[in-house]
Ligand binder design. Structure first.
Ligand SMILES: [Zn+2]
Length: 68
């Protein structure tokens, strides 16, 4: 066992580049995905709040609780 370090520095560089590109791509994708999810959640919270309220209201009435 005399090969403790890899002699192929070129492959290592290519791999490093691949790793760097992959990392940056993943980071960008994560950032975009996070922004998309945040925007969707924002939209859902703002546009879906009345719907959620209404569905809860309907469920309440279905359960026999009359509030009005
Ligand atoms: Zn009601």
């Amino acid at each position: 066992m005399s090969q403790s370090s890899p002699p192929a520095s070129r492959a290592s560089t290519v791999q490093d580049r691949f790793t760097a590109a992959r990392t940056s791509l993943t980071a960008t994708q994560v950032a975009v995905g996070t922004a998309l999810v945040a925007g969707l959640l924002f939209l859902l919270v703002f546009a879906g709040e009345p719907a959620v309220h209404e569905s809860l209201h309907d469920a309440r009435h279905a359960a026999g609780i009359i509030c009005h």
